[in-house]
Design a binder for this molecule. Structure first.
Ligand SMILES: [Zn+2]
Length: 305
């Protein structure tokens, strides 16, 4: 069933596990994620970025997810990194059950003002709101304490921001980065900072940019030609520690992209004579489903539907 993320994330925070949030933009990715969630009996958040909405169309995505969510597990349809108020309003209107307003590039006052406005609109329709403050950027480039403090979430500021805006969940910047470029170096999470944020903020906390956990997926991608150096994203043990310290939602995008392209490369190499798109896409779905299932085990959400 399609529900808002409030109940799911509150339950996850109490139970010390994290709900996986997968970015989708096509049918095959949705099929892979839903098959994984049903098999693992895991709650799941299906999220679409503004780019995914531009690609597939909001109404198309809502229609697909509505049908997929007839499964007997809790499903959330979430806007990831919504930066435009009009787009978020439209999403609430057409059936999204959760939205993120990303005002991280805005000055504090502006971010608070717009987040509050979104919270008011969303709550009137029982839609939950994730918000963000500051940047989500890699720690390894930051040499001094002052530099780290400038881009990572300040615990006191986070508490004040959440209290002022009334948002339901909060995306922390503790050293993860978006995209696959981070595989070039090791990602360390600032777990001590996370612990301080979790001590001050009662709302569920969200981890972005946490891909790169599955070494064999990266190796598979490399084998089929993706140019990544070593498999060194965020480590499994760091993810487990982060969940222990209060992370209740973890976003997964890059790992699915790697799995998808690995599957496509496998198909075009191994099945040169096949012209049926469904057959060519089958390995991609299999790889993505595999990644999704392993995330559910790692995050502890398996069996929690
Ligand atoms: Zn993100």
């Amino acid at each position: 069933m399609l529900i808002s993320s409030n109940y799911l994330l509150a339950k996850a925070r109490r139970g010390r596990y994290a709900v996986p949030a997968f970015n989708i933009n096509n049918l095959e990715t949705l099929q892979a994620v839903m098959a994984a969630a049903q098999e693992m009996k895991s709650p799941v958040i299906v999220q679409t970025s503004e780019g995914a909405i531009a690609y597939a169309g909001m109404e198309m995505l809502v229609a697909m997810v509505r049908v997929a969510a007839q499964a007997k597990i809790p499903v959330v349809l979430h806007v990831d990194h919504g930066k435009h108020v009009e787009l978020i309003k439209q999403a609430i209107r057409v059936g999204y059950t959760s939205v993120m307003f990303d005002g991280s590039a805005l000055p504090w006052k502006e971010n608070v003002k717009i987040t509050k406005q979104i919270v008011r609109l969303a709550h009137a329709k029982h839609v939950s709101v994730e918000a963000e403050l500051g940047m989500i950027k890699g720690v390894e480039d930051l040499v001094s304490v002052a530099e780290r403090d400038a881009v990572l979430t300040d615990p006191e500021q986070a508490a004040e921001f959440v209290a002022q805006t009334g948002c339901d969940s909060f995306a922390v910047a503790i050293g993860t980065a978006h995209g696959a470029y981070k595989f070039k170096g090791k990602t360390h999470l600032d777990l001590e900072r996370l612990e301080r944020i979790a001590g001050l903020v009662q709302q569920p906390l969200v981890l972005h940019g946490a891909s790169g956990v599955l070494e064999d997926v990266v190796q598979l991608a490399e084998h089929y030609g993706a140019e990544l150096e070593a498999a060194r994203g965020v480590l499994d043990q760091d993810i487990k520690q982060a969940i222990k310290r209060g992370i209740s939602k973890i976003n997964i995008d890059t790992d699915l992209r790697l799995a998808f392209t690995a599957g496509i490369r496998e198909a075009t190499t191994d099945l040169p004579r096949v012209i049926d798109p469904r057959e060519l896409l089958a390995p991609a779905v299999r790889c993505m489903k595999d990644v999704a299932q392993r995330k559910m085990k790692l995050f502890g959400s398996a069996g929690k539907a």
